[in-house]
Design a protein around this ligand. Structure first.
Ligand code: ATP
Length: 194
């Protein structure tokens, strides 16, 4: 079984691409959603986060996402510490997901952070969703109302697109000119027909 990673910067269209894979019947593991669930449910993760970031990390037993975000978006070392807590748990969970689907030709893992960490070692091939910067800004601001400056701060905190392009095995162009469905279908046939 091939483990295909789908990644891309904020607003690139990862989730949209993965929705097409799901329509084709391919199991998709959404790492960021699953990470949030694990943070909410796993007592060991909760304790490790409190040890690192303090009691304010959980308010009334609920993960204080905005508090943690305000710390890690401005401090790369804190972001690394948070990732060191969450990534091993997600990796373990992803391995279980792969085992559950081991009879299939391939499965997909969607994650914003993949090329930047060791999690790429748990992936066989990587597809990068690539979109022009102006479209990404437009999509994100119409989705959540954030300003261009806020979006650029998030983009600049991520690995530069040129670096990602060098590391990817496939590039899916989401510029509203090239057909997303055709590009995903072509990858699908490659993995199913091999
Ligand atoms: P993030 O990392 O920010 O969650 P993402 O890479 O998963 O983003 P999506 O959520 O798929 O990106 O797309 C961002 C927004 O842009 C969504 O509202 C989505 O509907 C829209 N969008 C993505 N691709 C297209 C497209 N080809 N045409 C029109 N809208 C699109």
């Amino acid at each position: 079984m091939i483990r295909l990673g789908v990644t891309g910067g904020i607003g690139s269209g990862k989730t949209t691409v993965c929705a097409i894979f799901e329509h084709l019947g391919v199991p998709v593991y959404y790492a960021d959603i699953r990470a949030k669930q694990l943070v909410d449910q796993d007592p060991e993760i909760k304790q490790a986060i409190i040890n690192e970031f303090g009691q304010e990390s959980f308010k009334n037993n609920i993960y204080n996402r905005s508090f943690i975000a305000s710390i890690v978006f401005n401090d790369r070392s804190k972001l690394e510490k948070l990732n060191d807590i969450i990534h091993p748990a997600v990796l373990n969970d992803w391995n279980k997901f792969c085992q559950q689907h081991s009879q299939l030709p391939y499965v997909v893992k969607e994650a914003a952070i993949m090329l930047e960490t060791d999690s790429k070692n748990s992936i066989d091939e990587i597809a990068l969703v690539f979109a022009p910067l102006d479209l990404r800004i437009k999509r994100v601001s119409s989705r959540d109302g954030s300003t261009e400056a806020e979006i650029m701060a998030r983009i600049n905190a991520q690995m530069p697109e040129e670096e990602k392009l060098k590391l990817a095995d496939y590039v899916i162009i989401n510029d509203e000119k090239n057909s997303l469905i055709e590009q995903v279908m072509s990858l699908h046939h490659k993995f199913v027909d091999q």
